[in-house]
Design a binder for this molecule. Structure first.
Ligand code: HPA
Length: 305
């Protein structure tokens, strides 16, 4: 055997060893958990700490977290303790799941929600809806702070969302569909329940609270819109604009949950007024209009069977 021959055999041997060292599993790899299984793990974790069946999941939007104080809480779970929950990064969002009773109904309240502009995937944003539904919640009450584009609205007004337009450019239901969760092509003809809107209107009327019915358009953000965009959004039929709600409502309807959506108008988005939008002012306006919204939510809860 020549020396060149020996060297080339040694080289082949070294390369093979290197190849196997890189590809051989160092430990038995677990298959990744499916979305369905992640929901199961999160729901099991919550059920072990709160053995009730919730009637409603309530999502408290920006500056709208005080309803939590009216809940007789049995358990408060920070999001970071719940398996597979993302963690809220917006300062005004507390990031707790509150489990308890409100107006005699069992509720789960999300104090703080996940926004797409924070960098979460659409599936992470809507994960809590799936978990609440797995625990038995058949209804979603969702609130948000929104910019008013309808000139009949005023800052501090309450808008009962009657329909929405999805301009996020994404959807939480894309990807392979798990038929155990819902249908491939869910219907969206009545995303917001007319029955719940009527109950909310009657409650508001009896309390002397002015409400509107309007269309919510959801955008990715995080920048507020340009004046040309406000003109466009109003032109396509939207009354209020915000950066949330639509993904959650799509997921809830996929799960056949009955939805009530409420916007608090925190600033007016009339292009010719040239008012600048400011997050602190929006939070302040949401805080001061919030008691009206909370009264409506409590009134509807009271009427639920
Ligand atoms: N755009 C404009 N104004 C707003 C928004 C928004 O997304 N959210 C709350 N006020």
């Amino acid at each position: 055997m020549t020396i060149t021959h020996t060297i080339s055999r040694l080289l082949v041997l070294c390369c093979s060893l290197l190849f196997f060292a890189r590809t051989a599993p160092t430990h038995a790899e677990e298959p990744p958990l499916s979305y369905y299984d992640k929901i199961t793990e999160a729901a099991d974790y919550i059920r072990a700490r709160w053995d009730q069946t919730p009637d409603v999941l309530i999502i408290l939007g920006t500056g709208l977290g005080h309803l939590a104080e009216r809940i007789e809480a049995d358990v408060v779970l920070p999001y970071e303790q719940i398996p597979h929950f993302a963690v809220s990064t917006v300062e005004s969002h507390a990031g707790n799941l509150i489990l308890g009773s409100l107006e005699g109904k069992r509720v789960i309240a999300m104090q703080g929600r996940f926004h797409l502009y924070e960098g979460y995937t659409p599936q992470e944003v809507v994960f809590p809806i799936f978990v609440a539904n797995r625990l038995g919640a058949k209804r979603l009450f969702v609130s948000n702070a929104a910019g008013g584009m309808n000139p009949r609205y005023e800052r501090g007004d309450i808008v009962l969302i009657e329909d929405h337009i999805n301009l996020f450019g994404c959807n939480p239901l894309t990807g392979p569909n798990d038929e155990r969760l819902g249908p491939r092509f869910p219907d969206m003809i009545e995303p917001y329940s007319h029955r719940l809107i009527k109950m909310a209107e009657e409650t508001a009327l009896s309390l002397g609270i002015k409400t509107h019915q309007g269309v919510y358009v959801g955008l990715l953000g995080p920048n507020f819109e340009t004046r040309a965009e406000y003109r466009f959004l109003k032109g396509i039929g939207a009354d209020v604009v915000g950066m949330s709600t639509v993904p959650e409502v799509i997921a809830a309807r996929y799960l056949s949950m009955e939805v009530l959506g409420i916007s608090v108008v925190t600033d007016m988005c009339l292009p010719d007024l040239r008012e600048t939008a400011d997050h602190d002012l929006i939070t302040e306006a949401a805080n001061s209009a919030e008691p009206k919204m909370n009264d409506i939510i409590c009134g509807v809860l009271k009427q639920l069977d």
